[in-house]
Write a new protein. Structure first.
Length: 80
């Protein structure tokens, strides 16, 4: 592979990593409190972090792969 191709591949990987990091930042462990309560799990910081670790890969997969058929709030006129 040429140096240009290697550089482009590295840049693409960095962009994907940055996108995933930004996505994950939108879901702090505290955001999983409702899920913990629904599952009747004590919402301790450790349990919330575990739930986050288990669920975030699936959330990210759905975000990247499954196209949204529902309009966003902005497009539907409901605001943010």
């Amino acid at each position: 592979m040429s140096e240009d191709a290697d550089a482009r591949e590295q840049e693409a990987a960095e962009l994907l990593d940055a996108e995933q990091d930004a996505f994950e930042a939108r879901f702090p462990p505290e955001a999983f409190t409702g899920i913990a309560k629904t599952l009747k799990v004590r919402p301790t910081p450790e349990n919330l972090s575990r739930l986050r670790g288990w669920l975030l890969p699936d959330f990210y997969y759905l975000y990247r792969v499954v196209p949204s058929k529902e309009p966003t709030r902005a497009r539907s006129g409901l605001g943010v």
